[in-house]
Design a protein around this ligand. Sequence first.
Ligand SMILES: [Zn+2]
Length: 271
Amino acid sequence: MPSRYQYVPLTYVPLAEGEIPVRILAISAHPDDVELLCAGTLAHYATQGAEVTVAVLTNGELGSRTLSRAETARVRQAEAERAARVLGANLLWLGQQDGFLFDNSETRLLVIDALRQAQPDVVFAHHPDDYHPDHRAAGQLTNAARLLSREPALETRYSPTRRVPALFFMDTFMTEGSARPDLWVDVTVTMPCKEAMLAEHISQNDARRARTGSDFLALMRTQASLRGGQVDVRYAEAFRVARTYPPTSITDLTPPDSNMTLPVRSVSSRA
Ligand SMILES: [Zn+2]
């Protein structure tokens, strides 16, 4: 089904000749999590020439009360692919069972291989205190795989990662359960891209509208303006840094050898 959302694309600045693209990976439990929680930040990267990959761990097949699980999985994958195309991102569809994501050897190897395939400088993952069990498992898997993916003794389809990437935890759904963010990214200018991506999840928006009277776009705008209001901008996405070894710092959002800039607001930058 074609999107009903009218979107004016952002301006993409091409890389200079010989410039190596920064690589960004966002790992989520379900299709639409990334759109809700970090797509505005991903758009900042994409418009500056970064190679962005979105990995979705489960098929999201519990997302419908009318379709079969197999049919829902097909619909949700197609929607996630269209959303990734809005951003110009790669999509890794990892095919795990919705509602039953666990940190075990099979899923760890899967996430290790996703990291190896994407070779990211920066990773975004679910917050360890998230309300949803799949989100917590996805965050834990990513945190564990971040270290293990560089070990050559672990043989998988792809070559080991060249570095341990910086790890940032995304906000939680309507900020429940999360401690105070370490940083906010002003996503006011990339909000149209975030909205267009989320609008591609038509089945989810329609189901939520039928259930509650408003869709995920409305929910997302509420959260982005709540976070924006905390740092005096219109819309923001909030993140925490990973404190596990090697710890991530706020400045790791942009690799030092890149020309990237991100409109970051941190606790210390607040007046
Ligand atoms: Zn989710």
